[in-house]
Design a protein around this ligand. Structure first.
Ligand code: NAP
Length: 287
């Protein structure tokens, strides 16, 4: 596994973590979900991303079971939902997450989405209190603009804003314009989510999901992959990780997919491969 430093700390986190959206939604799959997370962890993907929202707390319960007995080996990320972002709401949400996760601390606690109801100042004050209590080690946000990140930083005092978790994949490279340069300047970690484009809110012209077999875009990825003895999915993970301030959190439940993703490391795309990919997946889509 390859590691990168979290923000300006000396804490090293795996460049590929594991997302848990869709985990814990079906009680009948509980055993299977726990087993697939253990498999992932066993293979070195010890950065686990979850949220109180996933499976209505179900995903956190699965994570709690999967990390039981190996908590110290895990870098645990979870999120408070936007609707719970009042001062008291954040404190209550964190305590409930700790209980479901069966742990006494969260490594990185994120505000899941900007909140329409609650001021950033209130939310961040509660986040600082969680750090003071030792319930949370590091604070971050998710789906935040530059403007909102600056606001959050202003209300955190001496506690650093460590991370912004944002979409980053072939069909959404928008963070390259401002968010990544901002993170590099301010020594924050970007946690890119949905590297294969499966985020639920991506429905731009049917472009959610991975380029389909048979399409020109997929042929490009396949051709580059065969040059390096890699799959198209491995090419994409490698392309995502060319951003040095970034770690990525794919979600894979299938064991073959998990192994495929781990083996996306240990080699580098050539400059001409990157240029070719970016010709077909431009930064801003031309109409
Ligand atoms: P994703 O990682 O882009 O794609 C997941 C899909 O790709 C699954 O269907 C998975 O199949 C498949 N897959 C994974 N590896 C593969 C491989 N090597 N070959 C072929 N197929 C492969 O989508 P995501 O779940 O939207 O994003 C990942 C994580 O990001 C989420 O689980 C969540 O933790 C986080 N996220 C955060 C936010 C936010 O607002 N902060 C929003 C969305 C997502 P199998 O499961 O069958 O293996």
């Amino acid at each position: 596994m390859l590691y990168r430093k979290l923000g300006n700390t000396e804490v090293r986190i795996p460049v590929i973590g594991q997302g848990t959206w869709k985990y814990g939604e079906d009680k009948k799959r509980e055993k299977e979900d726990v087993e697939s997370l253990r498999f992932v962890i066993h293979h070195g993907l010890t950065l686990i991303d979850t949220a109180e929202e996933y499976g209505n707390g179900g995903a956190e319960k699965i994570v709690g079971q999967a990390i039981d007995g190996i908590r110290d080996d895990i870098f645990l990320v979870t999120k408070v939902s936007a609707r719970n972002c009042s001062y008291q709401g954040v404190l209550r949400a964190a305590e409930a997450s700790l209980e479901r996760l069966k742990t006494n601390h969260i490594d990185l606690y994120l505000q899941h989405w900007p909140s329409q109801q609650h001021e950033v100042s209130e939310t961040m004050a509660a986040m600082v209190e969680l750090v003071r209590k030792g319930y949370v080690k590091y604070i971050g946000v998710s789906n935040f603009s530059i403007q909102l990140m600056k606001e959050a930083k202003n209300h955190l005092g001496s506690v650093p804003l460590m991370c912004n978790q944002v979409p980053y994949h072939l069909h959404d490279r928008s963070i390259e314009a401002q968010i990544i340069p901002f993170a590099e300047r301010t020594k924050m970690t970007i946690m890119g989510y949905s590297p294969f484009g499966f985020a639920p809110h991506i429905h731009i012209m049917g472009m959610n999901g991975f380029p389909k077999e048979g399409s020109i875009e997929r042929n490009i990825l396949n051709t580059i992959g065969s040059k390096h003895g890699k799959t198209a999915y491995q090419v994409v993970l490698n392309w995502v990780l060319r951003q040095r301030s970034l770690v990525t959190i794919p979600k894979a439940a299938n064991k073959e997919h998990i192994v495929d993703n781990i083996n996306a490391l240990g080699w580098e795309l050539e400059q001409e491969d990157i240029e070719q990919i970016e010709r077909y997946f431009p930064l801003f889509k031309k109409d």
